[in-house]
Design a protein around this ligand. Structure first.
Ligand code: HEC
Length: 150
């Protein structure tokens, strides 16, 4: 009895990290795209706040990266059954799949805000601030409705 419990416990220890890595590829891919977005938004935000020195080339590159991510085709990243009620390791709320048109409209809104930023990010520090608001709002609009809190 005791030894089989020990064996099970050992199994659990080894199984846990393995399960954590078993996130479906589309989920890993969409989380990756969001992390690229957060990284680049952070670069622009730092320049807008003045915690990072403004650098026209780096600002343009960050904004261009946001535009590039906005062009990634989304349907492949959102297969049915990858919501937070169905699997662990995702914060994608089930409501996404009942409102996919609205989700994609919000995604398009992010794309528009990214393009507006890219149009001016290289022209000077003062151009970044006003566009940060719109970008941040585009992220928030989707997260408020479709992303579970941490
Ligand atoms: C159209 C909806 C939508 C938009 C727009 C959006 N997000 Fe998200 N975001 C989500 C959803 C849904 C998740 C949860 C994904 C998951 O866990 O599978 C998420 C997750 C994230 C995560 C966590 C990723 C991880 O490692 O788990 C970050 C960071 C993030 N978003 C940043 C951003 C930033 C920055 C923006 C704007 C520049 C943005 N998002 C715009 C819907 C959106």
């Amino acid at each position: 009895m005791r030894s089989s419990f020990t064996a099970l416990a050992a199994l659990a220890v080894f199984a846990a990290p393995a399960f954590a890595q078993e996130l479906p590829q589309p989920v890993k891919a969409r989380q990756g795209q969001f992390n690229i977005m957060a990284l680049n938004l952070g670069i622009l935000g730092g320049m807008a706040r003045g915690t990072v020195d403004y650098d026209a080339e780096a600002a343009q590159a960050a904004a261009d990266s946001l535009v590039a991510v906005s062009m990634i085709s989304q349907p492949a990243l959102w297969p049915e059954g990858t919501d937070s009620s169905s699997i662990d390791g995702t914060r994608a709320l089930p409501g996404i799949w009942d409102n996919i048109d609205d989700v994609m409209a919000k995604w398009a809104g992010f794309g528009e805000a990214a393009k507006a930023m890219a149009a001016v990010a290289g022209t000077g520090k003062d151009a970044i601030g006003p566009n940060m608001g719109a970008l941040g709002a585009a992220c928030k609009a989707c997260h408020d409705t479709y992303r579970a809190p941490e």
